[in-house]
Design a protein around this ligand. Structure first.
Ligand SMILES: NC(=O)c1ccc[n+]([C@@H]2O[C@H](COP(=O)([O-])OP(=O)(O)OC[C@H]3O[C@@H](n4cnc5c(N)ncnc54)[C@H](OP(=O)(O)O)[C@@H]3O)[C@@H](O)[C@H]2O)c1
Length: 295
């Protein structure tokens, strides 16, 4: 059982850029906050602001009813929380894991937590450190709903929007993976575009306002295409995939004429051509979803 004081206190394990931002937000909200990091010294600023610096993860966990962990990946989470004494200290308390990893790892951690009497919630942070403690932060949560509701008031101290997704502990991570898939493939496309633009004598500064315009085309597509993708019926009325491959081929050609690797675009173009080869050339580009994962 945790004491009344421990119930209103929070511990943060992991003081990388994100862990420090989380701890700072808890402190700003006036919550008694204990912090710990594998490499000592990263708690200095937080301790100056009123946090308690614990000398071990076990001591940190024992100080609060709620522990938030945010480290590089679940291997690091395991290294910290599955070590004998820490697991014992977590028994009867709640662990909220805001580390990014895969749905499988979240499920595996939940199994471990259940076997060790630890309340477990898994979450994902979808915005940068600068948003933590502000209205711009975006947090996704999954796991036992009752546990989430119980700790929600303390999680609110982190600011932003908190969305509870599902009892399925892997769901927050599944969203994280899908959303980061969008982000990193877009970033790979942007890096490639900058290289091609430079080869044509166009600077990143010159391209930026127009790049923003291209980026702004995407959000309405996310909304408008959702029904098509979920139903598996794709309208290519405004932009059939036959037209899309032609545009993609121009990019491949221009890149390779400059000796620039076009493998990312070649991969996308290859998928589009396979869809056409299967007789769906009149459909829109997102028909590729069916090729990648047939229902
Ligand atoms: N930074 C962002 O803007 C952002 C945004 C959204 C989500 N996230 C997610 O938040 C998590 C933390 O990110 P971060 O920005 O704070 O930096 P990070 O570099 O991903 O993580 C650094 C933290 O991980 C710890 N760590 C690494 N290996 C460890 C191990 N084997 N055992 C124990 N601790 C270990 C580090 O401890 P030491 O100091 O001892 O190395 C440090 O506390 C990540 O999963 C990241 O994907 C970050």
């Amino acid at each position: 059982m945790t004491s009344h004081t421990e119930q209103s206190a929070v511990t943060v394990l992991g003081l990388g850029p994100m862990g420090r931002a989380l701890a700072a937000a808890f402190l700003d909200a006036g919550l008694p906050t204990t912090v710990w990091n594998r490499t000592p010294g990263k708690d200095r600023e937080l301790v100056e602001r009123g946090a308690t610096g614990a000398s071990s993860a076990e001591e940190a966990v024992a100080a609060s009813g709620l522990t938030v962990i945010c480290v590089v990946n679940y291997d690091a989470v395991d290294a910290i929380v599955r070590a004998g004494a820490v697991a014992g200290a977590l028994k009867g308390r709640t662990l909220v894991n805001l580390t990014a990893d895969t749905p499988d790892r979240a499920r595996d951690t939940a199994t471990w937590a259940a076997e060790h009497g630890v309340g477990y919630l898994d979450g994902a942070i979808m915005t940068p450190t600068t948003t933590i403690g502000t209205p711009a932060g975006v947090f996704l949560h999954s796991g036992p709903e009752e546990l989430y509701r119980r700790h929600r008031p303390m999680l609110d101290a982190l600011g932003g929007t908190h969305t509870y997704l599902s009892e399925d502990i892997g769901r927050a991570s599944a969203y994280d993976i899908a959303l980061l898939d969008i982000f990193w493939t877009a970033m790979a496309g942007y890096a490639h575009a900058l290289a091609v633009a430079r080869a044509e004598g166009v600077t990143a500064r010159e391209l930026a306002p127009f790049a923003k315009g291209i980026g702004a085309i995407l959000p309405p597509i996310f909304e408008l295409s959702a029904e098509e993708v979920d139903s598996g019926r794709f309208s290519g009325e405004d932009n059939p995939i036959t037209s899309a491959v032609s545009s993609m081929a121009h990019i491949v050609h221009t890149s390779e004429a400059h000796g620039i690797d076009a493998s990312v675009m070649r991969a996308a173009e290859g998928l589009a051509r396979r869809v056409i080869g299967r007789g769906h050339g009149a459909d829109g580009f997102l028909r590729i979803t069916e090729l990648l994962n047939p229902r």
